[in-house]
Design a protein around this ligand. Structure first.
Ligand code: GDP
Ligand code: MG
Length: 597
């Protein structure tokens, strides 16, 4: 049977431990891509991924591997490692039977080594550990092998010691994949069940769904149904991936590939949904994915109100292959029509922002991100508030609860003191400390999500000289003394600047933002007063002094092109400004707070 020679696997690892480099070597060794087309981190084909050197999206590719005259099909799915993107990892894992767990032999087990490993265990995958970077003098493969072996119940001597960079022992990894990962089970003649694990939008061809066939067979011409939305389409093409899409006659149980069906209605498609045969439907869909809850929210507004429709379309298309992205329309007095958007974390927010800008060419303003609060009204009813401007008047609610996370901080033990101090500044509650080995510990804290959202990770990294790691999971809600802080420009509150904050931190925050905005808001024809206020009471203040600015005055007549250039430059500057009442506020002021806490 064809599926006996298929292996579907993912590569999982802590960030920078070498997943993408290992993927490159496997692609090379199986001659999947012609040598002349080979470049580093081949699967990271989004511009953003190349620039930042990180993997954002999961990528799938089919490798052909021949051993003892037998040909194997290895479907490899590369996954991202950053804590913000673990949902991408769990998505890809559902399409696999096995996972290669890459551990950097110079670093050992790190935060996302464990969290990805747990995801793989949850998905019942066969796990093959490998130790990478053994070419480096600082590698300590025997020691790390012992730890990894203990963790997995795997014989430490049998863990391959590899270098994804120089190619040491990569063939052994291919052999392990073939020998240890089970072939997919499934029945090609059963009713069709295909799991959608990713999708993207192509202007010409509509939605392209990446699928794993669990049961049944899929061919062009078949009428399919997307089980969650009920929508039906006729299949125009199926195929597999080898960097490009290769059309095939059919896909059968166990195979990974794609399906095209002229799907132009993006909302019909949901990642994690099951495709079935419309004329002979499966009784039940496959177990879907957990809906992912965003951790932080921010307002996204077009700088040019004309762009509202474009922004909406761009968000719809992004959502298609970024199912963690959630949004709904909202209006702001200051910024007009826009969207309240939910993200998994700050990095995710930055990526979405940049993708909107680059791939969709929409200029946007994003407001200060915040978490979602549970507000208990005096009547007893609870409402969820993800936008500070929606917080009811203080007289209308009894208490505000904020989300907490259980955080695990991985660190060499010498940085424990500094990291504990950081956690306390962030209102953390110590839970316990465990030793991973004689030099490394895990610190466990309960922390308000709002406190770790901004610069916590950066601070953790700098305190631990880059060696610390962080992993966290939601851990309920707790009531705290939270207040809404408004920022007023010339007496008018600017809703887009409002934040919900702990009372103990409100005064220093209000001061800092008044100082910061004073630098960011350019001088205008009149004084601009910047004030911080809680419930109408002013707690901080700064002023931007008026100036009469005539750009042409500098030109002393004469050179007309120089004059025109200056005027154009001023117009450019204006475009990145937003008028709030009579005050011109630059785009970056809305995110000024990020560098404050
Ligand atoms: P990923 O984040 O897990 O995908 O990691 P990458 O594959 O992007 O690798 C992170 C960094 O480690 C890159 O600079 C690689 O060149 C480097 N790297 C990966 N594997 C090895 C290895 O075996 N030896 C050495 N010396 N460097 C490696
Ligand atoms: Mg990578």
């Amino acid at each position: 049977k064809i599926e006996d020679n298929i292996r579907n696997f993912s590569i999982i690892a802590h960030i920078d431990h070498g997943k993408s480099t290992l993927a490159d070597r496997l692609i090379e060794l199986t001659k999947t891509v012609a040598e002349k087309d080979m470049q580093n981190q081949l699967l990271d084909d989004m511009d953003l991924e190349r620039e930042r050197g990180i993997t954002i999206k999961a990528h799938a590719i089919r490798l052909l591997y021949e051993r003892n005259g037998e040909q194997y099909i290895l479907n490899m799915i590369d996954t991202p490692g950053h804590v913000d993107f673990s949902y991408e990892v769990s998505r890809s894992l559902a399409a696999c039977e096995g996972a290669i767990l890459v551990v950097d032999a110079t670093q050992g087990i790190q935060a996302q080594t464990l969290s990805n490993l747990y995801l793989a265990i949850e998905n019942d995958l066969t796990i093959i550990p490998v130790l990478n970077k053994v070419d480096l003098p600082s590698a300590n493969p025997d020691h790390v092998a012992q730890l990894v072996g203990d963790l997995l119940g795997y014989d430490p001597d049998k863990i391959p010691r590899i270098s994804a960079k120089t190619g040491i022992n990569i063939p052994e990894v291919l052999d392990r994949i073939v020998d240890e990962i089970p072939a997919p089970k499934g029945d090609a003649s059963a009713k069709l069940q295909a799991l959608i694990f990713d999708s993207m939008y192509d202007t010409y061809r509509g939605v392209i769904n990446d699928i794993r066939i669990m049961n049944g067979t899929l061919r062009p011409g078949m009428e399919i149904q997307l089980m969650a939305s009920g929508a039906t389409y006729t299949v125009t093409e199926v195929g597999t991936f080898t960097m490009k899409r290769n059309p095939r006659k059919e896909l059968t149980a166990g195979m990974v590939g794609y399906v095209l069906a002229n799907v132009k209605t993006i909302s019909d498609v949901k990642i994690g949904d099951t495709i079935t045969d419309a004329n002979d439907p499966a009784e039940n869909p496959l177990p879907g994915y957990k809906d992912i809850q965003p951790m932080i929210y921010s307002g996204i507004y077009p700088i040019d109100p004309e762009d509202y429709k474009n922004l909406r379309e761009a968000l719809e298309k992004l959502k298609l292959n970024d199912s963690a992205l959630q949004w709904e329309p909202e209006t702001s007095d200051a910024l007009g029509f826009g969207f309240r958007t939910g993200f998994l974390g700050l990095l995710h927010m930055e990526i979405v922002q940049e993708r909107l800008d680059r791939e969709f060419n929409v200029n946007i303003i994003t407001t200060v991100p915040n978490v979602e609060y549970h507000v208990y009204l005096t009547g007893g009813e609870m409402i969820k508030v993800s936008s500070p401007s929606r917080l009811p008047d203080a007289s209308r609610y009894e208490r505000i609860e904020e989300p907490y996370v259980k955080a695990q901080i991985f660190t060499p033990k010498e940085y424990v003191g500094g990291l504990m101090k950081l956690c306390e500044e962030k209102r953390g509650e110590f839970e316990n400390m465990e030793y991973i080995d004689e030099t490394k510990v895990i610190l466990k804290y309960d922390l308000p999500l709002a406190e770790i959202m901004f610069d916590f990770y950066d601070k953790l990294k700098s305190i631990s000289r880059g060696y610390g790691g962080l992993d966290y999971a939601p851990n309920g809600y707790r009531a705290n003394n939270l207040v809404k802080l408004d920022i007023l420009l010339n007496g008018d509150p600017v809703d887009a600047f409002s934040v919900i904050i702990h009372r103990d931190k409100s005064a220093s925050y209000a001061n800092a933002i008044c100082v910061r905005l004073k630098d960011l808001i350019p001088r205008q024809q009149f004084d601009v007063a910047i004030q911080g206020a809680i419930g109408g009471k002013i707690i901080s203040r700064s002023t931007v002094k008026a100036v009469r600015k005539d750009v042409l005055a500098k030109c002393y007549g004469g050179d007309i092109t120089r004059k025109r250039k200056l005027l154009e430059k001023q117009k450019e500057g204006k475009k990145r400004m937003k008028s709030i009442g009579t005050v011109e506020v630059p785009q970056k002021a809305f995110l000024a707070v990020l560098s404050l806490s």
